[in-house]
Design a protein around this ligand. Structure first.
Ligand SMILES: Cc1cc2nc3c(=O)[nH]c(=O)nc-3n(C[C@H](O)[C@H](O)[C@H](O)COP(=O)(O)OP(=O)(O)OC[C@H]3O[C@@H](n4cnc5c(N)ncnc54)[C@H](O)[C@@H]3O)c2cc1C
Length: 306
């Protein structure tokens, strides 16, 4: 297949020894999606910058993933270069220690689960809400991941962002960030973040964490392939899950794509669902919910590819 690709793609592949026509399904929690023309998993900032510079020079489009837990890839896959940031990680550092809390510094590729395990081990509270949320720190910040009680924005102090064009790194303080429900106003690549956590009793932190985790496992279909909640909750009124359930769609299937029986806002891949199956089910849900409640559901999952 590489023979059909542009000279630029072949040059980049050879120069950086990249994966070619790599199936993306194995990099996503949905386990769905066609190939990336090129795939890179840079291990540090320098490698990432060099890749971006060359891709810019060769005019090759770049798509970014973290843990791939909030992404649906089309069946044809993604053209150009896919960069997965999950290898951009190092030891979590404690930067400042105050009377009441600590600031920790975490790389974007670190898993969120590593951060809350670190917090528990150091008797630091603030991130218990994230129990069971998969994916990386970068993805969590980009999605302003959270639950009913808190979002990741509640603990952010600042983030380090790589500008995709100038390739300069900038530290952006929280006051200059504009977070809202499952979004943030950042266009660059998140490299790292500082989180403010407060000192607390370790047993109490553990207990809250475990309660949150148990509640998540009891209410969400965590053993199925999915990308988490598929739709955003409307600003007012019933949640997306309640609307879908009340529209009688729990268990509705299109081939191997199914509305979860456990939580109606999860579309799950029960075996070999294609992206097309998921998108057809998505359309059916949107249409049915609109006809019943005159509410337009907005997609939370990011759809990538051609
Ligand atoms: C079983 C399950 C349960 C879930 N529960 C929750 C929940 O309770 N709450 C919740 O909010 N979410 C939940 N999710 C969704 C998902 O886990 C979160 O949105 C997560 O934070 C995404 O992180 P990620 O690294 O996987 O991001 P990805 O899916 O890889 O990417 C998401 C977006 O972020 C961008 N991105 C990724 N890394 C970077 C970076 N370094 N710099 C700039 N942009 C970047 C990508 O381009 C993409 O647009 C759940 C998902 C699953 C599968």
């Amino acid at each position: 297949m590489i023979t059909k690709k542009t000279a630029g793609v072949s040059t980049l592949a050879q120069e950086f020894n990249l994966l070619v026509d790599e199936p993306l399904k194995k990099y996503t929690s949905f386990n769905i999606g066609g190939p990336a023309d090129l795939l890179a998993l840079p291990k540090d900032k320098l490698e990432l910058k060099n890749l971006l510079k060359k891709a810019l020079d060769l005019n090759i489009p770049v798509t970014l993933f973290g843990g791939g837990t909030n992404i649906l890839i089309t069946d044809k896959g993604v053209r150009g270069l896919v960069i997965i940031t999950k290898c951009l990680k190092s030891k979590i550092q404690i930067l400042e220690s105050g009377l009441h809390g600590k600031t920790i510094y975490v790389q974007a590729g670190d898993r969120l689960s590593r951060v809350y395990q670190f917090a528990i081990a150091h008797s630091l509270s603030g991130i218990e809400f994230a129990a069971g949320i998969p994916g990386t720190v970068g993805g969590a910040i980009m999605m302003n991941a959270g639950t009913k009680s808190r979002d990741i924005s509640d603990i952010i102090k600042s983030i380090d962002v790589l500008n995709r064009l100038t390739l300069e790194t900038e530290t952006i303080e929280k006051r200059d960030l504009d977070f809202s429900y499952r979004r943030i106003n950042v266009s660059g690549i998140i490299l790292a973040a500082k989180f403010s956590l407060v000192k607390a009793n370790q047993e109490k932190i553990k207990k809250t964490f475990e309660q949150n985790l148990n509640q998540k496992n009891a209410s969400q279909p965590v053993s199925f392939a999915s990308a988490g909640c598929f739709f955003k909750n409307p600003i007012q009124g019933k949640s997306a899950g309640e609307l879908i359930e009340k529209a009688g769609l729990k268990g509705m299937r299109i081939n191997d794509a199914m509305v979860s029986q456990k939580h109606a806002n999860f579309i799950v891949n029960t075996n070999h669902a294609s992206c097309e199956d998921i998108l057809l089910l998505k359309q059916h849900i949107e249409k049915t919910v609109f006809e019943k409640f005159q509410i337009k559901l907005q997609t939370e999952v990011r759809i990538e590819g051609e």
